[in-house]
Structure formats: structure tokens, C-alpha cells
Design a protein around this ligand. Structure first.
Ligand code: HPA
Ligand code: MG
Length: 190
């Protein structure tokens, strides 16, 4: 019997395709062009939120002017497929943001509790202008006061997704496409 292709294996074992590598590539390029125009006369810092925005920030950065400064903060609010509602790690993050414009990059806008906490931390550190660019935004209600992103790559259904930086228990971040995690997915041993 013919061997299943890698793509078929992903589809059956990990989850169905939501956004292809090519669709993501094109959208990131378009977002980059928009951001270049919007910030053409404002120096800014690109602030990626780890771990999820690792690939998105790297790809977006390559669409921005060469002098663009980039920093990463580490923040976590998910355990498995469930949000704890309490972003952890921001107390340890600092930086010289006084009077600075910051563009925060995140993989996914879900409840909005992470962006709300990041906004508070950046304001406390003196940032004068904070915008948000998220690759994905789930269609669902947000935490009261959560910032509204200036840029959204794709609006998606309220399902748990993986790939292109998004994980399930630390796995699948390296997938080039974004997939809806199959409910029956069984993790291989670490
Ligand atoms: N997948 C992975 N990480 C996430 C998600 C998701 O759907 N929502 C919030 N963090
Ligand atoms: Mg995660």
C-alpha cells in the first residue's frame, strides 16, 4: 500500500488545516506593508511575546525596515488547552520604554487577559504609545478592558489551534501551517 504523505498524517493525527503556509506568508507580508506605512515617521520597538509569537515576530520583522528594534518578553497564561486567566512572567520583564512607541506582537488573541496585562506593564515602564498586532483573533468575548489590536491577521473560530508558534503542551510550534487540534490527539511520550 502506498505510504500516507506527511500532509495526510498531519490531517488525520494532529488536526485539520485551518491556514496554509502560503496563506500565512501572504498575510504576514501584507501586515508588514501596512505597519511600515503606519510607522513611517515614528520610531518604534517591536515587542514579541514568547513563546507563541516566535515565528510570527521573526517573519514580520523581515518585512519591516532594517533599523527596527526588536525585543521579546516571556509570558504564559495557558496550561494545556485552558487559560488560567493569570498571565505569568511579566513582573520580571523590564526595559527602557520611556517615551517609546511599542508594537506588541502576539500569536493569538483569546480572552485578552495577556494583552491587558502587557499594556499595564508597558505603561508602568513609560511607553507612550502601544499598538498590538496579533496573527489570530478568536471570535469570542474578551476580558473587560482588553486592548483592541490595530492589526489582526485572521479572525478564527473559537477552537484550540496549533502550529506556526502555537503549541499544545509545548508541541507543534514548528508546524508551518495552523491546524485545529484534533480532540483525540494523543501526545507522544516526551
Ligand atoms: N492554541 C494555542 N495556544 C493558545 C490558544 C490556542 O488556540 N489560545 C490561546 N493560547
Ligand atoms: Mg501556549
Amino acid at each position: 500500500m502506498e505510504r500516507e504523505s506527511a500532509e495526510e498524517r498531519l490531517e488525520s493525527e494532529i488536526g485539520r488545516l485551518l491556514l496554509s503556509e502560503e496563506a500565512i506568508r501572504q498575510r504576514v507580508k501584507a501586515l508588514g506593508a501596512d505597519i511600515r506605512t503606519a510607522y513611517s515617521s515614528t520610531p518604534f520597538t517591536l515587542l514579541g511575546l514568547l513563546n507563541g509569537s516566535l515565528l510570527f515576530t521573526a517573519d514580520l520583522l523581515r518585512e519591516l525596515p532594517p533599523e527596527t528594534e526588536v525585543l521579546f518578553w516571556r509570558v504564559q497564561s495557558y496550561r494545556g488547552t485552558v487559560s488560567t486567566g493569570f498571565p505569568e512572567g511579566l513582573e520580571a520583564e523590564r526595559g527602557d520604554f520611556a517615551g517609546r512607541a511599542v508594537l506588541v506582537v502576539d500569536d493569538i488573541l483569546d480572552s485578552g487577559c495577556t494583552l491587558l496585562a502587557v499594556e499595564k506593564r508597558l505603561r508602568a515602564l513609560g511607553a507612550c504609545k502601544v499598538d498590538y498586532c496579533v496573527l489570530l483573533a478568536k471570535r469570542r468575548a474578551r476580558t473587560a478592558g482588553a486592548p483592541v489590536p490595530r492589526w489582526i491577521g485572521f479572525e478564527i473560530p473559537d477552537r484550540f489551534v496549533i502550529g506556526y508558534g502555537l503549541d499544545y503542551e509545548g508541541r507543534y510550534r514548528g508546524l508551518r501551517s495552523i491546524r485545529v487540534l484534533a480532540e483525540e490527539t494523543v501526545l507522544p511520550e516526551k
